[in-house]
Design a binder for this molecule. Structure first.
Ligand code: LLP
Length: 435
């Protein structure tokens, strides 16, 4: 839940800097990022992939959608892993961060022609094709640049992953990819093979996000490998790559645990090895695309309490509403997926008895909830700081300007130093869009 350099003695601190200091220097709300922890997690997923698959390890592609900014792209470059981008905007940040285009993989179910064109023009390593239209569009862009573009086909392996329905992606009734079961995948394979400017390298599947059991990943790998075997039987040649996507779940609440990179990769490697043996295939290069598992636990959100209100419920019970200076504009996940978070009183220790509270934001709707139900010290007052852990993934990246709220900054902390890596938006930034 909390990143490795966070401690909570007299108050919450990260790499020896107290939240009081951080709030004073950078204001609230703010995303506080544990830089060493990010680098450590990215490195651990990379080592786990290599330890489990050895020479057959492909690449870790960090899923930029979880969170990206130019400085984080530089870290990705320095760590040496790849990056998964799914829009022209994410591609631009990756390039600005100096990532080698060959280590970029481009996703998206509706890449625009302009996005395809700029991806091909910068020389991205792989484009993951998601529809029949796109086969023609990528082929045309590659042809006009006089290159042969490496591509994967995004496939739908028909799996009901155990997660919220909005973030499950591999059952049949989805907008993503080509269904294996219906034969759509086979049609796409034939069409790619007929395009001289495309080189089909293999298959990709992403079954969903925030998945905490490895069995769905294993079934997905099994189905992709069966299709690799069918391909080999038909065309007498084997495709060299499989990308098994992201989705590795993390802890949000006390008592939960992150999926462990080593055990997860070992479990996958066991299935891949057994399935390849059963089909008499050599093991393809295996890649993965973790986003949340790398960045999620590395940030917490720091809020200041603004107002407090006690409300009597129908049954006579009391609910304390604690309003903070952010809300659904910096964390949409509770409203979108009923995601649950925890929080602590961060600027001081209190032994006061706890009472049932709801942490809400400053936006003009009832659904603007950060935490629906939490027991918090009953002496919390306006001006206190609250911190919500594990907001690194899909927090700042899905932040909005709802109610014309400027989006919070991201402050990276390492070795006792804090610095802004993504500044706070200003009212000036918002007004700059008006004509
Ligand atoms: N690869 C592909 C093709 C993806 O679509 C995604 C996420 C990932 C990798 C990374 O998944 P991760 O390892 O981060 O779970 N906004 C939602 C999550 C949406 C995920 C979309 N795709 C949330 O806040 O839970």
């Amino acid at each position: 839940m909390w990143s490795s350099n966070v401690s909570n003695d007299n108050q919450l601190s990260i790499s020896s800097i107290s939240v009081t200091q951080l709030a004073k220097e950078f204001g609230t709300p703010a995303f506080i990022l544990d830089e060493a922890d990010f680098q450590d997690r990215a490195t651990k997923w990379n080592s786990a992939l290599h330890a489990a698959f050895g020479d057959n390890a492909g690449s870790v592609y960090y899923a930029a959608k979880a969170f990206i900014c130019v400085e984080v792209a530089r870290w990705i470059k320095d760590i040496g892993i790849g990056i998964d981008v799914c829009t022209g905007g994410e591609l631009a940040v990756a390039i600005r961060g100096g990532i080698d285009p060959k280590k970029i993989e481009v996703h998206g179910n509706n890449k625009s022609i302009a996005e395809i064109e700029s991806a091909v023009a910068v020389g991205v390593g792989t484009i993951v094709i998601d529809s029949l239209y796109e086969i023609d569009r990528v082929a045309a862009a590659a042809k006009s640049h006089g290159i042969v573009q490496k591509v994967l086909l995004r496939l739908t392996p028909g799996i009901e992953a155990h997660t919220h329905e909005s973030i499950a992606t591999a059952h049949e009734d989805v907008k993503f990819g080509f269904s294996i079961a219906s034969g759509a995948a086979w049609k796409a394979i034939e069409q790619v093979r007929n395009a001289p400017s495309l080189e089909l390298r293999g298959f990709h599947a992403h079954i969903g996000s925030q998945i905490l059991e490895t069995d769905s990943f294993e079934i997905s790998a099994q189905r992709l490998i069966a299709l690799l075997a069918k391909y080999r039987d038909e065309f007498s040649t084997q495709l060299p790559e499989l990308d098994l996507g992201g989705g590795y779940g993390i802890a949000y609440l006390p008592g939960e645990t992150d999926l462990n990179p080593d055990t997860t990769m070992k479990a996958l490697a066991a299935v891949v090895t057994a399935q390849c043996e059963a089909h008499n295939l050599s093991i393809p290069k295996i890649s993965i695309e973790p986003g949340r598992a790398i960045v999620g636990p590395t940030m917490f959100t720091l809020y200041e309490v603004g107002t407090i209100k006690d409300v009597t419920l129908g049954n006579g019970a009391n609910r304390r509403y604690i309003s903070v200076d952010g809300g659904m504009s910096d964390n949409l996940r509770p409203a979108l997926y009923q995601a649950e978070y925890t929080a602590v009183l961060a600027n001081r220790k209190s032994n006061a008895p706890k009472i049932s509270a709801r942490i809400v934001g400053k936006h003009c709707e009832t659904g603007d909830i950060v935490i629906r139900e939490i027991d918090l010290e009953n002496d919390i007052i306006p001006g206190d700081l609250l911190a919500t852990p594990a907001t690194g993934a899909y927090g700042r990246s899905m932040a909005t300007n709802y109610n014309h709220v400027p989006r919070p900054p991201v402050i990276a902390v390492k070795d006792g130093k804090a610095r802004i890596i993504l500044r706070r938006e200003t009212e000036g930034d918002l007004l700059a869009l008006d004509i």
